[in-house]
Design a binder for this molecule. Sequence first.
Ligand code: HEC
Length: 143
Amino acid sequence: MSGMRGSLGVHALALAACIGLDVPVLAQDNSGLVAGKDAWARASCFDCHGSMAQGGSGGDYPVGPSLRNITFGKETMVGIVSCGIPGTPMPAWLKGAYTKVECYGMPLGSTPAGMTVPAILTADEIKALVDYVFATFVQAPRP
Ligand code: HEC
């Protein structure tokens, strides 16, 4: 599923190129958002937060809250996505989180009990992902 989502976006751009739209400008302006969308898909954020970040509906996955009305800023969200939220099902996505990169001031090497640490995204990918979520889903006034 996540693979399909990612490639759909790429195909849309390729199609736009074929029909002669102003793709170079489009691709340049949106390249960060494309990378962010790819990271959103690869991490399967939608499994828990819903395909439109409207909040998960449960089933096979823990219910993640809607991200559409968050009131914190991008920097805070980068921290949450990087290190997860200890004591909850929200995983830590940053490569090296808790082992090579300090999270919440904890000593390196110890992962909070019960925490899932997929650690599959780089810092740049998380930044792009947060830009994508803010540009696409967040409805609340930007701080
Ligand atoms: C396994 C399920 C799961 C996955 C996958 C997941 N999350 Fe979460 N996420 C949660 C849960 C559950 C919470 C709420 C934690 C709590 O109780 O505070 C949460 C909280 C958050 C919050 C804080 C929301 C708030 O209002 O405080 C953000 C931001 C967030 N997730 C973003 C993401 C992003 C981006 C991804 C993909 C990289 C992702 N999550 C993947 C389960 C998940």
